[in-house]
Design a protein around this ligand. Structure first.
Ligand code: ARG
Length: 258
């Protein structure tokens, strides 16, 4: 009995030791093994990501991730979820990277590693065209403002606008619907998605916001250097070849009338 126990114990020890010492599998080998690159996103952010005619996720970020998948030699799968759940989903292994028009931000950098940036963005204000309750950035103080939960627009309004009553929504579009219904004074959102909403809702209008300046990047798990290198190389090449500009033009056009 004692002998058997000793053997089992030794086997267990060896097994533990072996797993602990095995080199941690890098993101690229795992993706190759599984034959697919899983991109986590929130497809309520046209032209970066939105649902196409057959409910498939399409957009600039999908085109970028398709190029990354091609480079690795695997299929691309896009997983749609709430924006504020993306980072924890990445950390718990539900996908390989986040491509969601995500702004590089100090606090997020505690939890993920960002690629090189592929777009510049600003926040912008949406108001009702007739009878706007806000006339410009300096007028936002004390107003009822709609934002998408967990976005930089949310953080900005919550932290930097005096006395704002910030209302959080699952998407910019849902916030815009409450603006139309008169329940909000304004919506603060990234510029291109806001333009897309106004394009499709002619009773809304845009007001510039000078004070925000953001860059979008792809996020990978902390320390996933192999994947980050592939992502960076692909993005740099896409930028140099004018492809990001091309994807942007295509999806700005295609997301009209959705
Ligand atoms: N750029 C903003 C941020 O990083 C908003 C991104 C929202 N993206 C989305 N796919 N819904 O917070």
């Amino acid at each position: 009995m004692k002998k058997i126990l000793t053997v089992i114990l030794c086997a267990l020890l060896i097994a533990t030791f072996a797993t602990a010492c095995a080199p941690k599998e890098d993101g690229v080998s795992k993706i190759k093994e599984e034959g697919k690159l899983v991109m986590l996103t929130n497809a309520e952010f046209p032209p970066y990501e939105y649902l196409g005619a057959n409910n498939e996720v399409v957009g600039i970020d999908v085109n970028i991730c398709q190029a990354i998948a091609n480079e690795i030699g695997v299929e691309l799968e896009a997983v749609h979820m709430d924006f504020d759940g993306l980072i924890s989903a990445l950390k718990s292994g539900k996908g390989d990277l986040i491509a969601a028009g995500m702004t590089v931000d100090e606090e997020r950098m505690q939890n993920v590693d960002f690629s090189v940036t592929y777009a510049d963005a600003t926040q912008i204000i949406i108001v009702n065209k007739e009878n706007p309750k806000v006339t410009g950035e300096n007028d936002l103080a004390g107003k009822t403002i709609g934002v998408q939960t967990g976005t930089t627009g949310d953080l900005y309004c919550t932290d930097s606008i005096e006395g704002a009553d910030v209302r959080r929504f699952k998407s910019g579009l849902e916030a815009a619907m409450d603006l139309k219904n008169g329940r909000l004074d304004a919506v603060v959102l990234d510029e291109l998605p806001a333009q897309s909403i106004v394009e499709n809702n002619t009773d809304l209008a845009l007001l510039d916001m000078e004070s925000t300046d953001e860059q979008y990047a792809i996020a990978v798990n902390k320390g996933d250097e192999a994947l980050l290198e592939v992502v960076n190389n692909v993005i740099e090449k896409l930028i140099a070849d004018g492809k990001i500009a091309e994807f942007t033009a295509t999806h700005v056009e295609a997301s009209k009338g959705i």
